[in-house]
Design a protein around this ligand. Structure first.
Ligand SMILES: Cc1cc2nc3c(=O)[nH]c(=O)nc-3n(C[C@H](O)[C@H](O)[C@H](O)COP(=O)(O)OP(=O)(O)OC[C@H]3O[C@@H](n4cnc5c(N)ncnc54)[C@H](O)[C@@H]3O)c2cc1C
Length: 398
């Protein structure tokens, strides 16, 4: 604390404004807790606005033919998110948008043994529906072609417009979100100093601090995350055959290709390509990844003129709790050291469960809901929303 700067009491200080921090803030405020969020850059500038926005229902994690722990954890998420979008649940997402109601799954040939094992699971069968051959209404335009030989399934997995989700949360909770250029770690006496050019420093005295800073959580030595890279590909051009939201099933547990569709700031259709292409692409440079993407798309959708489509790529790290062998965690992760909590959702889709879990820790830490307001922060700068990768000015297209 400084003489002219009395420390403001904050019951729960949340550090990091991606989906995990913003969802937690909304949940805790709905429950009446005195929570404040600090962001050092733009909201969603880590992974959240680079995500494909798929609210997984578990299908992707059952591609080896068994209902994995991940699949069971994530099963209720599509319904949970839809309830929030409709304003029927704890976190109010009204005003945010779904890009599509369903993700599709397509296999290039008649069901392989992998697909057959997958369908042996009754639960999985209940979550997906085969699309009748050549159904012009249901078949995504990109796959509705006489030369298409595969099978198509509709999954109960909506795709959210991640920017609209963050905007809905940020707008509703604007009074409790502040920009901070200071370090992530607290001062020796447990206080936290907010800094911004042109503003006198402001000290906060949090009872509990929750770190939801994604890869930024690495600043806490006891909570070093594992980082798993992806080399994502973006495509744009008039030849793209309409929006596509689909996983293409290959021979491994990871879909060969995962496509989602978005619109850039100029209204142009974007295809965003992940899955196996992005996992394997970490070993390729930008030019090599574009060659691989073109090759994959020509193989899978040969009726499209890929010569006129422009491509861009970028690499990004998925930040998660450390796992033996660097595997993907089965669910979200929460670590605690005294009054500090570190959290990673592992998936955008799991943010609601992560927030719920953190809330269950609060009574044992002596915290109860109570109204707190910080009028002295009313004029403090607020963070803006980050841009989607396809709208970034530094993105190189070729
Ligand atoms: C390419 C890609 C595609 C994905 N697709 C999907 C998908 O389709 N579906 C799905 O469910 N999941 C998906 N994921 C996973 C999902 O995006 C992440 O699990 C989720 O976004 C992580 O959110 P987060 O809030 O923990 O972290 P982030 O989104 O990384 O947010 C961290 C925030 O903390 C801030 N920060 C960092 N340091 C500090 C500091 N010192 N002080 C204050 N703030 C700080 C950052 O600026 C950032 O705003 C995808 C991930 C990637 C990389």
């Amino acid at each position: 604390m400084t003489g002219s700067d009395p420390a403001l009491p904050v019951d729960i200080l949340i550090v990091g404004g991606g989906i995990a921090g913003l969802w937690l803030l909304a949940r805790l405020r709905a429950r009446g807790y005195g929570a404040l969020l600090v962001e050092s850059d733009r909201l969603g500038s880590g992974q959240t606005l680079c995500s494909q926005g798929i609210i997984h229902g578990g299908t992707k994690y059952s591609l080896h033919g068994q209902l994995s722990d991940s699949a069971q954890t994530i099963a209720g998420m599509p319904t949970r998110w839809r309830d929030c979008l409709a304003g029927r649940a704890d976190v109010d997402l009204r005003g945010a948008r779904l890009l599509a109601e369903h993700q599709y799954l397509w296999a290039t040939q008649a069901p392989t043994s992998r697909l057959a094992a997958f369908f042996a699971s009754k639960l999985m069968r209940s979550r997906m529906e085969k699309v009748a051959n050549r159904d012009a209404v249901e078949t995504p335009p990109a796959l509705h072609h006489p030369a298409f030989q595969g099978a198509i399934y509709r999954l109960d997995e909506p795709i959210v417009d991640a920017a609209s989700i963050l905007a809905a949360l940020a707008t509703r909770h604007r009074d409790t979100i502040v920009l901070n250029q200071g370090p992530l770690v607290p001062n020796a006496e447990g206080t936290f100093t907010l800094r911004q050019p042109g503003q006198p420093p402001q000290t906060l005295r949090p009872t509990i601090t929750v770190y939801t800073a994604g890869a930024g959580n690495a600043a806490l030595p006891w909570a070093t995350p594992q980082l798993r890279p992806l080399h994502m590909v973006i495509a744009r051009g008039a030849a793209l055959p309409g929006p596509l939201y689909a996983h293409c099933l290959g021979v491994s547990e990871v879909p060969r290709l995962t496509v989602t569709s978005h619109y850039d700031a100029s209204g142009r259709l974007i295809w965003y390509l992940g899955g196996g292409l992005a996992e394997e692409g970490v070993g390729r440079d930008r030019a090599g990844q574009i060659v691989a993407a073109r090759h994959e798309l020509r193989q899978l959708l040969p009726w499209v003129d890929w010569n006129t489509v422009e491509f861009a790529t970028f690499t990004i790290q998925r930040a998660e709790a450390h796992q033996a062998g660097g595997r993907r965690p089965a669910s979200y992760s929460v670590l605690r050291d005294g009054r500090m909590i570190v959290a990673w959702p592992t998936k955008l889709a799991l943010a609601p469960l992560l927030a719920e879990r953190i809330e269950t820790l609060l009574p044992d830490l002596g915290l109860q809901p109570r109204p707190l307001q910080w009028p002295t922060l009313a004029a403090w700068p607020r963070p803006a929303l980050a841009a989607y990768p396809w709208d970034r000015e530094d993105m190189a297209w070729s």
